[in-house]
Design a binder for this molecule. Structure first.
Ligand SMILES: [Zn+2]
Length: 134
């Protein structure tokens, strides 16, 4: 069942509302439909408003960028924290294994959020200068 919402909103408002919905893994347009069936399996469209989630080849490159940035951020933060905690004599084996492990596991856990955040960001930017309603 599709149920379009017709209230126009400002760009920043749209982004923050979409980001909030993304963190709940909900549809960026209506906030009702679930984007993911399970951890790695997406619905093709929103069960509430009918928004198509996959917009074609290349659409998820932005989500990949979000996920790679998250992985790099996880690596850097983990590395700095471990060096800070274990200074002045860090155990380099533990620092490297834990940092690389966190950088490997973090993006796997962040994967669904990278996609929903990308959908929210792309949607907010795409609708910025258009009269398309929310
Ligand atoms: Zn929806």
């Amino acid at each position: 069942m599709t149920q379009p919402v017709t209230e126009p909103i400002e760009y920043n408002h749209r982004w923050w509302r979409g980001a909030g919905r993304a963190l709940l893994l909900r549809c960026p347009r209506c906030g009702q439909g679930k984007v993911f069936l399970r951890m790695m399996f997406m619905n093709s469209d929103c069960s509430h408003c009918g928004l198509e989630f996959d917009r074609g080849h290349g659409y998820w490159l932005g989500a990949m960028m979000f996920n790679m940035a998250f992985g790099m951020g996880t690596l850097i933060v983990t590395l700095v924290l471990l060096l800070w905690i274990t200074s002045p004599d860090p155990n380099w084996d533990v620092v490297i294994i834990v940092s690389v492990g966190a950088a490997g596991i973090g993006p796997i856990l962040f994967f669904p959020f990278s996609r929903t955040l990308w959908m929210a960001a792309e949607r907010a930017a795409r609708l910025k200068d258009t009269a398309e309603s929310e």
